[in-house]
Write a protein that binds this ligand. Structure first.
Ligand code: ATP
Ligand code: MG
Length: 437
C-alpha cells in the first residue's frame, strides 16, 4: 500500500471532542470517522484492525465448538412481544415502522431471534447441545454515547447462544464460553479479569463480565492481585472435559473480583490487604446463564430421552468487538501514537523512504514493499523525514523500515520495533529475515 495512493488520513491536531486517548488516536490515525452521534464509519486502517479482532474472536468460538451464523440487524417487534421484552426494553431500542405500518426494530441483541430460529428445527434431545453465534452490528440508543467506539450507538458485537437439555449441561456450556473468552482476550494480548456480575434485565443467576483494567474504564472494580499471575492460556483444559473444566472454573472464580454493583465488603475483607486492588475497568465481554427465560415463553421445547417434553436451558455470550479495538489502543500506546500488537496490527510494516527520488532509496524501498505486498504501508510521499516519522509512530505498525540515502548506498535498512523503540541497522536480507520470523 503506497501512501501516495492510500486513503489513510492522519490528523496533526488533537480533535477537541475526544476525551480519552483511544478516541483521540483513532481519529488522528484515521481509523474511524464519526457520521452521527455514536455512529462511525471504519476507514481502511480501522477496518483492517476490526477484521483481525473479529477473526480471533471467531477462531476461538469455533475452537470451543460454537457454530457461526449471521442473523439480520432488523427484527420484528412481534418476536419481542413473545418474550415480553418489547415494552420493557425502553428508549435504548431503536423502533422502526415499515411501509405497511409493521413495527420493526434494529436489534440491540438477539435472544428472541435465535430462539425463534432454533425452535423451528429442534424437535428432540438429539438436537442438543448446540451453540450458535454471530458477529453483527447492534444498535442501542445510548443516553450518552461517548469515548468514540468505546460506547457507540451502533457497534459490532459477537453474540452467542447455547441450548442444552439440562441445567448441568448448560452450566458446562457456560464454562466452555468462560474459558474461550479468557483465551480470546489473552490472544489479543489483553488481561481481562472475569468478574461476578449482576444479571440485570436479561435475568438469570450465573453471570460474569470480562473487564480490562484501564484508568479510562467506566466500571469501578475490586480484585485480588492473584489474577495478575494467573496464566489461563497455559491451561490445557479440553472443552469436552467436564471435570477439568469445572475445577478450572472453580479455581478462577474463587479469586475475588467484582464490579462495584456486586462488591461484597465481607468477602473483600478476607483478601489480604497487600493483594487488594481497586481500579477502573472496561467491560469487553459478558456471559449469562438464564435457564428457560426465553425458551419457556417462546414455546421452545423438544422430546426428551424418555419421551417427556423438555424446555431447553439457554445462555448468552457477548463480546464487544468494536469496543475491543479502542480497548487495545488504551492498553498499547505512548505519547506519539498507537503501538499495535502484532496479532491485530492493520499492517505489519511501515516503510519510510526518507529521500524519494534517490535511486538507492527507491530501489531498496521497492524491494521491501514487494516482499510484503499486502502487509506493508510504503511512505513514498515527498514529505520531510520528520513528518514521516511522526505519521509512522502515530499509525503504530509493529515494525518500521527506515531507508535513508547514506544507509541505502551501503545497502542498509534501519529496522525499528515500534513497541520498544529498539533500532537496528541491517542488510536487506537480514531485515527481511527478521520481519518474516
Ligand atoms: P455496558 O455496561 O458497557 O453498557 P452492557 O452490559 O449493556 O454494556 P451487554 O449487553 O453485556 O452490554 O453487551 C455485550 C458487550 O457488548 C459488552 O460487554 C460490551 O463489550 C459491548 N457493548 C455494549 N454496549 C456497547 C456500546 N454502546 N458500544 C460498544 N460496545 C458495547
Ligand atoms: Mg454487560
Amino acid at each position: 500500500m503506497r501512501l501516495t495512493r492510500a486513503f489513510l488520513p492522519t490528523l496533526k491536531e488533537t480533535p477537541a471532542e475526544a476525551q480519552i486517548v483511544s478516541h483521540r488516536l483513532m481519529l488522528r490515525a484515521g481509523l474511524i470517522r464519526q457520521t452521527s452521534a455514536g455512529i462511525y464509519a471504519w476507514l481502511p486502517a480501522g477496518w483492517r484492525v476490526l477484521q483481525k479482532v473479529t477473526q480471533i474472536v471467531r477462531e476461538e468460538q469455533n475452537r470451543a465448538g460454537a457454530q457461526e451464523v449471521l442473523m439480520p440487524t432488523i427484527q420484528s417487534a412481534e418476536l419481542w412481544r413473545q418474550s415480553g421484552r418489547y415494552e420493557d426494553y425502553g428508549k435504548e431500542m431503536l423502533r422502526i415502522t415499515d411501509r405497511h405500518e409493521r413495527e420493526m426494530l434494529y436489534g440491540p441483541t438477539n435472544e428472541e431471534m435465535i430462539t425463534d430460529i432454533f425452535r423451528s428445527y429442534a424437535t428432540s434431545y438429539r438436537d442438543l447441545p448446540r451453540n450458535l453465534y454471530h458477529i453483527q452490528w447492534k444498535f442501542r440508543d445510548e443516553v450518552r454515547p461517548r469515548f468514540g467506539v468505546m460506547r457507540g450507538r451502533e457497534f459490532l458485537m459477537k453474540d452467542g447462544y447455547s441450548f442444552d437439555l439440562t441445567k448441568e449441561a448448560s452450566e458446562h456450556s457456560y464454562r466452555q464460553m468462560f474459558l474461550a473468552y479468557l483465551r480470546t482476550f489473552q490472544r489479543l494480548g489483553l488481561k481481562a479479569v472475569p468478574m461476578r456480575a449482576d444479571t440485570g434485565p436479561i435475568g438469570g443467576k450465573l453471570s460474569h463480565e470480562f473487564i480490562i483494567l484501564a484508568e479510562t474504564g467506566e466500571s469501578t472494580v475490586f480484585y485480588d492481585t492473584k489474577f495478575d499471575e494467573f496464566d489461563w492460556a497455559g491451561t490445557e483444559v479440553g472443552y469436552d472435559d467436564v471435570e477439568a473444566l469445572n475445577s478450572f472454573f472453580e479455581q478462577v472464580t474463587s479469586m475475588y473480583a467484582a464490579t462495584d454493583e456486586m462488591h461484597d465488603e465481607a468477602a473483600w475483607a478476607a483478601v489480604p490487604a497487600a493483594s487488594q486492588r481497586e481500579g477502573k475497568g472496561i467491560e469487553v465481554g459478558h456471559i449469562f446463564h438464564f435457564g428457560t427465560k426465553y425458551s419457556e415463553p417462546m414455546g421452545l421445547s423438544v422430546a426428551g430421552p424418555d419421551g417427556n417434553t423438555v424446555v431447553p436451558q439457554m445462555g448468552s455470550y457477548g463480546i464487544g468487538v468494536s469496543r475491543l479495538v479502542a480497548a487495545l489502543i488504551e492498553a498499547n500506546h505512548d505519547e506519539n501514537g498507537i503501538k499495535w500488537p502484532d496479532a491485530v496490527a492493520p499492517w505489519k510494516l511501515s516503510i519510510l523512504n526518507l529521500k524519494v527520488g534517490d535511486a538507492a532509496c527507491d530501489a531498496l524501498c521497492e524491494k521491501l514493499h514487494a516482499a510484503f505486498p499486502d502487509d506493508a504501508v510504503y511512505d513514498d510521499r515527498g514529505e520531510r523525514a520528520g513528518v514521516k516519522f511522526a505519521d509512522a509512530d502515530l499509525m503504530g505498525m509493529p515494525w518500521q523500515a527506515i531507508v535513508g540515502p547514506r544507509g541505502a548506498a551501503a545497502g542498509k535498512v534501519e529496522l525499528k520495533r515500534r513497541a520498544t523503540g529498539e533500532r537496528e541497522e541491517l542488510s536487506l536480507e537480514d531485515a527481511l529475515a527478521k520481519l518474516r520470523a
